[in-house]
Design a protein around this ligand. Structure first.
Ligand SMILES: Nc1nc2c(c(=O)[nH]1)N[C@H]1C(S)=C(S)[C@@H](COP(=O)(O)O)O[C@H]1N2
Ligand SMILES: [Mo]
Length: 411
């Protein structure tokens, strides 16, 4: 992967992915790390997951599903660099037929629909267009869904369906300008190389409003933390929608359609919708409520320097560190508690890598007791929005953002 040199514009050809892990056929033989299991401690139980190294370009990941791959990043990774290593960046695909190889010579990105001239852009051409780089958190809409109570259907993720990277690419606005968006354009719809395996099932496509698509921040990214994208994260290029949930971040992007009306496809009209109620919160079990497409992210934070269940020795003051994100704006401040939320202490914020990035925080917090101690962190973003104390509920398991608790044992 070191062969990707953004400056020279080079992009290496990817070979066929080895192993059964991503093939459309059986997966039963893919190797797992024999002993290594992780417990996501889901309130509904069944939180045990195997660790796997069976996926190309990926290190040790929590295996949520083999096929199509659903790989979660272990929490400990977030205590390292504020940028998530590509090898441990989470993976999520909807349909079984995902690209197992990309021929970079024949790859085309098509811009069609309500435009003056339809375009078909090769990768060499894409790499010559004006570039931008931006740090942004990519978070699945269903991140932390496994913590919903009562439980909801869908992937039972812990907190690791997220990652932060420096994305290098071309502003989508520039590519749209090349095609010439016609008056009356309403949305832009994006599609990728993956295909539904079930006949007649809707391809995974998502749409953004035309003004959003042209805001200069939405980008077609081909670089991730200074390398080309791992195949499982959308090589050779993907959409990056800073501040918005990753359902819109279409991988192996090959189709951009400008629409003169709102997209009424399954994935916009039926799936990935949240209650319009404040905080996307409805009474558990609710079904008939107004909805809208999921959109911007909200502030979140986690303790990462200590793990759930970890035992430490008593000290009058302990260091506690972690990460925070502002959602669709920056992190303003983080407070930390070591007594279940009774008293709070201001954390110091680490370097600012831009408003869409994770931000490291560190604090020194007094311990008042031995035994079980509930550590908490709370983030305020620059718009003044703070993480709520109570969890929300909706049937999709979307938009969890409440203050999280890490319980340690002090001896
Ligand atoms: N082509 C394509 N792009 C896609 C998806 C998909 O199924 N197909 N899933 C989306 C969803 S829901 C998520 S959470 C992110 C995951 O990005 P990652 O695998 O790079 O972490 O990809 C998004 N882009
Ligand atoms: Mo997702």
């Amino acid at each position: 992967m070191g062969s990707f040199d953004p400056a020279s514009g080079g992009m290496t050809r990817r070979g066929l992915l080895a192993g059964a892990a991503v093939s459309a056929a059986g997966v039963a033989t893919a190797p797992l790390l024999a002993q290594a299991m992780v417990d996501l401690r889901l309130p509904g139980g069944n939180g045990a997951r195997p660790m796997t190294t069976a996926f190309p370009g990926k290190g040790s990941m929590i295996l949520q599903r083999m096929h199509p791959p659903l790989l979660e990043t272990p929490m400990s990774v977030f205590n390292g660099d504020v940028f998530t290593p590509n090898e441990q960046f989470f993976v999520r695909w909807h349909w079984g037929d995902i690209p197992a190889a990309i021929d970079v010579d024949s790859y085309r990105l098509r811009i069609t629909g309500h435009v003056d001239r339809a375009l078909s852009i090769g990768l060499e051409q894409l790499l010559k267009l004006p570039r931008m780089e931006l740090a942004a958190v990519n978070q699945c809409s269903g991140n932390s869904r496994g913590l919903f109570q009562p439980r909801v259907p869908g992937a039972q993720w812990g907190h690791g369906a997220m990652g932060n990277a420096k994305w290098l690419g071309v502003p989508l606005r520039h590519v749209l300008d090349l095609a010439g968006v016609k008056a009356g354009a309403v949305q832009v719809r994006f599609g990728g190389r993956d295909k539904a395996v079930v006949a007649g099932a809707p391809s995974f496509r998502k749409a953004l409003d035309i003004d959003h698509a042209r805001d200069g921040e939405v980008m077609i990214a081909f670089g991730m933390n200074g390398e080309q994208l791992p195949l499982l994260n959308g090589f050779p290029c993907r959409l990056v929608v800073p501040g918005w949930f990753s359902t819109y971040w279409i991988k192996a992007l090959d189709s951009i359609e400008v629409l003169p009306q709102a997209d009424d496809d399954f994935w916009m009209a039926k799936a990935y919708r949240i209650p319009t109620a404040p905080g996307a919160n409805v009474v558990p079990g609710s079904k008939d409520f107004p909805t809208m497409p999921i959109n911007r992210m909200i502030p979140r934070s986690w303790v990462t320097s200590l793990e759930e269940g970890q035992a430490i020795r008593f000290d009058p003051v302990i260091p506690v560190g972690g990460i925070a994100m502002g959602g669709d704006c920056g992190v303003a401040r983080v407070s930390v508690s070591a007594d279940g939320g009774h008293s709070w202490y201001a954390a110091d914020l680490g370097p600012d890598h831009g408003k869409y990035s994770f931000r490291r925080w560190d604090a020194r917090v007094p311990l008042r007791a031995r035994g079980k101690v509930a550590l908490m962190s709370r983030c305020w973003n620059t718009a003044g929005e703070a993480q709520p104390i109570r969890p929300i509920w909706n049937p999709g398991g979307y938009l969890r953002g409440n203050i999280e608790t890490t319980t340690i044992t002090v001896g």
